[in-house]
Design a protein around this ligand. Sequence first.
Ligand code: FAD
Length: 434
Amino acid sequence: MRRDADHLPVVVIGAGAAGFLAALFAARGMRAAGTGRPVLLLERTHEGGRKILMSGGGRCNVLPSELDPRRFVTASSPNTLKKLLLSWPLREQRRFFEEELGLPLALEEETGKLFPVSDRARDVRDRLRDLALREGAEMRFDCLVTALEPTVDSWRVGLAGGGEIHAARVALATGGLSVPATGSDGTGLDIARRLGHTIHDTYPALTPLTAKPHRYAPLAGVSLPVTLEAPVGRRVFVTRGGFLVTHKGYSGPAVLNVSHLAVLSRRAGGPPQPIHVRWTSLDAESWDRELRAAEGTVLGALRGRLPARLAEALLEDAAVGAATPLAQLRREDRRRIVDALTRHPLPWTGDEGYVKAEVTGGGVALEEIDPRTLESRVRPGLFLCGEILDAFGPIGGYNFAWAWATGRAAGLGMAAERASGAGPEAPGRGRLEG
Ligand SMILES: Cc1cc2nc3c(=O)[nH]c(=O)nc-3n(C[C@H](O)[C@H](O)[C@H](O)COP(=O)(O)OP(=O)(O)OC[C@H]3O[C@@H](n4cnc5c(N)ncnc54)[C@H](O)[C@@H]3O)c2cc1C
């Protein structure tokens, strides 16, 4: 039976960062175009946006102050990634939050992160939801989508419990596999796979590392800024930032940023990814000079720049007595200390997986979507946005920037009416300008 395709809603599945933006911009676009087509946002949890609520330790690091596409990781085309990300320039994203949502952002100088001045993640989630409602989007919570199939002239969205909705176009904004308790358990990835999309292997990223046995367990709670270096082929992945010793191993932004390399090396089954720590801002030459010039004990020299307990542990690693007077330090001892301070191999053995991962590596291949509209090239009428796509960035607001940019583009893409009407088999495609 053919339905009146002109009156079918467009449906966004998943009310996370990307889904809220997709629904908001789809509703706004529909209104601007005067189509009167309803926009429906379906969300399995009771209120949506759970990751927004827990982000940035409850403060929500909404955006970075600078956005470098080269810092993203993808197995797809980095060029497509860049186009998608920069489709909504950072300054315009910031203007949207500050002016349209009425949520001024403040810069945290030492990290370059932008947080709401209120420091309340809830403000971000609530204002996105409220603006989407004001734009005319309808929302259904406690609504689990279990199936998605194209029909002759529409999409059939199957719901848990047996209900179904017919839609003119559908956006999958269901996230990846990270922190499944927030609602993202991979259902959307399975749906995309069944619809014929290539899914690049998924893996936990931005996740803490573990160590068994944990040589530094007595240091749990010690934190400091470090530089981590991880050789990958002929290149070296370098990340600077906070480092935290935990009861299980290591966390903090620098560790999270390098963790995908550790995870991937474990999956490959080869040798574990080497990760070297430079514990201070001094390089080997500067430390060598400092240890020659300073007076007093070797522990005294290290304690000036490192937490005392860590300095003691590093001297133990270097097999040099903490009380050794610097004047009596042999060249060999000094070399071992400098190595421990500047290229210390991090003894990690595992990772905390999806339970703690802030994002998912891998996902829907970027080549299979139109970078201007986020429409599937495999299934016209299907749009994909957010973490379900094959891309993630480092800690610092990069991942929300991705979710906001792709969510907005998908919403606008859905709102762009095709000349030949709705439905997965319609030959024309909606396009965004620019
Ligand atoms: C602890 C933590 C802290 C973080 N902090 C930051 C930060 O400060 N800054 C930053 O940039 N990034 C941060 N991130 C990453 C960021 O939260 C994600 O990149 C972003 O939320 C991804 O948005 P999304 O909308 O694509 O997916 P999600 O936020 O995962 O949303 C997907 C939504 O879809 C719903 N859903 C899934 N399947 C179905 C279905 N079958 N039917 C109906 N609904 C469904 C889910 O319930 C969920 O609401 C953090 C992540 C975590 C876990």
